[in-house]
Design a protein around this ligand. Structure first.
Ligand code: GDP
Ligand code: MG
Length: 438
């Protein structure tokens, strides 16, 4: 067997497990990356503890370094923590659905009201906007400008100082007009205060919105977690909309906000225009927060090639000494797919130098010949190549269209390889036993 093939085979089994020791560096890299992404410190601590627990004892593919395996685990943990995907507005079948937006001043509530109205308009759903931010006189006019721009009705009562009444009247008007959705644009403050929370809480109780969404400025980073916590305590939030993700912010605040509120992240605002609202996608966001796309992609590719279950079955066979030429063939067929071998080698540390050689036609030809030779054997021969005598060897070679030495070499090397592989797999079992004792 060529050296390359042996290495390829070796990559089909794990080189060990993630331990406290071999994860230390990787965990540190991840921790730094999350903090740089503006995930709040307590959330990072919490997350790291959770990931360490999840990752401990997980197998590491030979083609990956422990920190790469770890990063791929971190990525999927991030995806699952940021999820689930739920960008539905949960519209009622009958009567108008009331959606209330709340958040700090400047977080993007008024803009997001318009964006949601635009989204509904595209679906031919009639919406009414209610100007319930009575703190700043300009706020009402701002909503009217958006309403005119989108050709969506805006309800306001410039003289009324009671936001609960304005909302109630707005809902009644929307109902009379046959609107299916009413969106309440509420007031915000520069910082959380009791009065604001009391006002929002009154609207929440008296107007009973179907959906209450917290609008969070994605650029506020660390502060986002405190405001989210305060809003979450005073209101029954149904979702979060994070705005201004069109900037350089890595969006770590989303993880913090999700962590404290536990409600789905519905949308992301990605610009000032009315169409700059996107349904939230955990995958993309996890990648943006972690910023280790290359490692995640490499790890995913390695895992794709080396199917976990298949590998375990193979290892069990190897450990029991049941590994046959047939299994060997299946394995080779896997790596013999065009380009796959080279890719695998590319993924393996230090193997890049063989990449070209392995992608050569000569290597591909060699693999084809080997597979061909195995194909010409009977099942009994594949299980136990020792029964193949000189005559059979020539017959097999003829059947496969290869030279007899190709068959002889294959059998010889398989016999040498088998106990080695059994030892390798045995090592895996020993690893497992050691892990259990720890
Ligand atoms: P409110 O005080 O919560 O109602 O916030 P506004 O809707 O008035 O928005 C405050 C500022 O943020 C405005 O200048 C908006 O144009 C801007 N803004 C809102 N959402 C986004 C967004 O997703 N991306 C960008 N770049 N700017 C946004
Ligand atoms: Mg506003």
């Amino acid at each position: 067997l060529s050296e390359g093939l042996q290495s390829a085979f070796k990559s089909l089994r794990g080189k060990g497990k993630l331990t406290e020791g071999n994860m230390r560096d990787g965990l540190e890299i991840v921790r730094k990356s999350l903090l740089e992404a503006d995930v709040s410190y307590p959330v990072v601590q919490d997350f790291m503890g959770h990931v360490t627990e999840r990752a401990l004892g997980k197998r590491v593919l030979l083609s990956l370094r422990p920190h790469e395996e770890l990063v791929s685990i971190v990525h999927s943990e991030l995806v699952s923590l940021l999820g689930p995907v739920d960008s539905s507005l949960h519209l009622r079948k009958e009567g108008p659905t009331i959606i209330m937006l709340c958040g700090l001043q400047g977080s993007g509530k008024t803009t997001t009201c318009g964006k949601l109205a635009q989204l509904l308009k595209e679906e031919n759903i009639k919406a009414t906007l209610v100007a319930a931010d009575l703190q700043r006189p300009a706020a009402i006019e701002q909503l009217h400008v958006i309403g005119r721009q989108l050709d969506v009705p805006v309800y306001s009562e410039p003289q009324n100082k009671n936001p609960v009444e304005v909302c109630q009247n707005g809902v009644a008007k929307a109902k009379a007009d046959g609107a299916r959705v009413v969106i309440l644009d509420t007031a915000g403050r520069l910082a959380i205060d009791e009065e604001l929370m009391a006002e929002l809480s009154r609207i929440d109780k008296k107007v009973a919105p179907d959906q209450v969404y917290l609008v969070v400025d994605g650029m506020t980073g660390q502060d986002a977690v405190n405001s989210a916590d305060a809003f979450n305590k005073s209101l029954e939030l149904d979702g979060v909309i994070m705005t201004k993700l069109d900037g350089d912010a890595r969006g770590g605040a989303l993880l913090s906000v999700k962590h404290v509120t536990g409600v789905p992240i519905k949308f992301m605002g990605t610009g000032e225009h009315m169409d700059a609202l996107e349904p939230f996608r955990p995958e993309g966001m996890a990648g943006r927060i972690l910023q280790m796309g290359d490692i995640v992609a490499a790890a995913r590719e390695a895992h794709r090639i080396v199917d976990e279950k298949e590998r375990e079955e193979l290892e069990a066979k190897m450990a029991a000494g049941d590994f046959t030429l047939d299994d060997f063939k299946k394995m080779m067929e896997k790596v013999a797919k065009p380009g796959l071998m080279g890719k695998m080698m590319g993924l393996m540390p230090g193997m890049g130098q063989f990449k070209e050689a392995l992608e050569s036609e000569e290597a591909a030809g060699g693999i084809k010949q080997t597979i061909g030779a195995i194909n010409s054997m009977t099942m009994a021969e594949r299980r136990n190549p020792k029964i193949i005598d000189a005559t059979r060897r020539t017959r097999i070679a003829n059947g496969a269209g290869v030279q007899t030495p190709v068959v002889s070499q294959l059998i010889k090397q398989f016999e040498i390889m088998k106990p080695i592989m059994q030892g390798m797999a045995g090592g895996g079992v020993a690893d497992r036993a050691r892990m259990m004792q720890q």
